[in-house]
Design a protein around this ligand. Sequence first.
Ligand SMILES: [Zn+2]
Length: 289
Amino acid sequence: MSPDIVVERDQSGQPHRGKVFAAIHAHLDDVPYYAGGLCAKLIAEGYTGCLIRTSNDEKCGRGTIAQNILSNQEEHFKMAAALGFKETFDFYYRNHRMNGISSTEIRGRLILLFRLLKVDTVISFNPWGHGEENPDHWVTGRAVEEACWMSGMANDFPEHLEAGLRPHPVCERYYFYARSGQPYNRVVDAGAHIEKKIDAIVECRSQGGGDLGSKLRAELARQRRRLPLLGDSDRTADRAYVRQFLLDDDREYGQPHGLAFAERFFYLDHRPPARSKVDAYIGKYAVPA
Ligand SMILES: [Zn+2]
């Protein structure tokens, strides 16, 4: 195991009370799979969680494009409720076409929300992660990274200040481990939060496999067979299917650390020190004038 990897375990009490995180993803099933455990953990430890989806998910689902937009939207709200998010936003940029949108527009929209919600921490795509085929992912990641520091600068969107908002930099970042080979320096113990993660994944039915268990149960019933694993209802079937077949990555990431389930992230902490170098120097060397 690399000495640079930190294992983030559950903390007792609510050490993050008063802090706000925003999880920004492109598609219904990104946050549930890449960071469902982390989001549930941080909310349990006192964070207020806000969820932002940048695309409209029109390409994913079993309906027409218009039907897919609606089903993904409805499932997004249910998934957010399952994980305990307090606020949910949808930007509705067209799915798979986000490398054609204005990078300054999406950045500006994120800056408004970061200031409005007073976001301390973001959870999103690694903007420079290798192996990414989906433009919605890297476009979202890069806009998030730019917005995090620009949100703290008063001369970017000064009209926000006229509207009563304040500059507000976002200092802590967790970047998803979304593709094999991407960097990570933090492994989050998701064991205590895996039930909530499963609750979130089963709401992802237009994409993400949340209904595969009930479909398999129905197919087996047509063949006059059944799997005891799937239980006696569609709900138990969906949850059991996710647990048995769709969490292999979480098990693999936890195994080297003795954890049942884990998620990987590249974590950055840009919080300023409690006391600056200049203040420390003044404290040590200033003399009466
Ligand atoms: Zn995605």
